[in-house]
Design a protein around this ligand. Structure first.
Ligand SMILES: [Zn+2]
Length: 321
């Protein structure tokens, strides 16, 4: 596993009986740090149904200021404080989200025992960087500024060229481990150079996680080299035609056409209108998707867990009950 995604909310606008509003947890192979993309109201209750700890939450990425994507933020951050979190947390979000959070914090006498550091989206595309993890933001089209986050994970493993070491006669043991950690090793009056006897295997995985968006083609660059696109498909094309362009959302057909055009191998649809959440509605969304898209398509459910591996394969590994 390179990346693990847990859907915390998959309904658009309002929560329904089986689906909460938007929230998506992203874990990586690199360690316990995880990322939360959007934080609709009630997201912290969904987190409680998972093994995730708010102490390990490294950053919250908010796609846009609409309430179904951020109203859960003050509650979740307050609970992290009550749980004695001390590690600073990054809030990657449009400026109005930050201003609203600051106002709420002051007006409700919220004192957090940890730092919340705002990362503005305005002037930078690279919004998070840590060893092995990069998060970039990409602008979308919606009624307010909305963004997608492209999360890229990279692992490096140093492998010994065991056959070559056997050929020179170096016995396995501490000397092999020294070479693997980059040290040169004296042997038989010669020096074996680490660089000559090791090779680095680099694995990467990238996922594009969209906010609300009326124009999937804006993610053309973001999808280059990505193995997974997670994107809203609020309506079927029929329903979108009926509601008109006002709400500025995507249909499953628009999304699937785009995913096929950029040949992203895995597509997860989410953010469904309440009208499509019954069996027939979901089947219609899937039928529309499969009519256009030949990759692996999935419809997200709350508490579904997906894993993306280094070969670019996406697997549903389970549902948390
Ligand atoms: Zn929304």
């Amino acid at each position: 596993m390179m990346m693990k995604l847990t859907f915390l909310g998959t309904s658009s606008g309002t929560p329904t009986r089986h689906r909460n509003v938007s929230g998506l947890a992203v874990q990586t192979v690199l360690g316990a740090d995880w990322f939360l993309v959007d934080c609709g109201e009630g997201t912290q209750h969904r987190v409680l149904q998972t093994p995730l700890s708010l102490n390990d939450l490294a950053a919250v990425c908010i796609t846009h200021v609409h309430g179904d994507h951020c109203y859960g933020l003050p509650g979740l951050l307050a609970s992290a404080g009550m749980n004695k979190r001390t590690k600073p947390l990054r809030l990657i979000a449009p400026l109005p989200v930050w201003e609203w959070f600051e106002a709420t914090r002051h007006l409700t006498d919220l004192h957090l025992p940890y730092e919340v550091e705002h990362v503005d989206l305005e002037n930078q595309a690279l919004v998070y960087e840590a060893p092995g993890v990069r998060i970039e933001r990409h602008l979308l089209r919606h009624r307010v500024p909305s963004h997608a986050y492209r999360v890229q994970v990279e692992t490096r493993r140093v492998r010994l060229k065991a056959d070559a070491l056997r050929a020179v006669g170096l016995p396995s043991g501490p000397a092999w481990r020294a070479l693997q950690t980059g040290e040169d090793v004296p042997f038989n009056g010669d020096v074996l150079r680490s660089a000559d006897y090791t090779e680095t295997q680099v694995d990467t995985a990238a996922a594009v996680l969209g906010g609300d968006n009326a124009e999937p083609a804006l993610l053309r660059d973001a999808c280059q080299g990505a193995q997974l696109l997670v994107h809203e498909a609020t309506f079927t094309q029929d329903a979108l035609d009926k509601v008109g362009p006002g709400p500025m959302h995507s249909s499953a057909r628009m999304l699937a056409e785009f995913a096929q055009a950029v040949e992203v191998p895995n597509l997860v649809l989410t953010h469904f209108s309440a009208r499509h959440q019954n069996k027939e509605g979901l089947a219609a969304l899937m039928a529309e998707t499969q009519a256009q898209y030949r990759g692996h398509a999935f419809l997200a459910n709350d508490l579904d867990v997906y894993e993306l591996d280094s070969a670019g394969k996406l697997t549903v590994t389970g549902k948390i009950e």
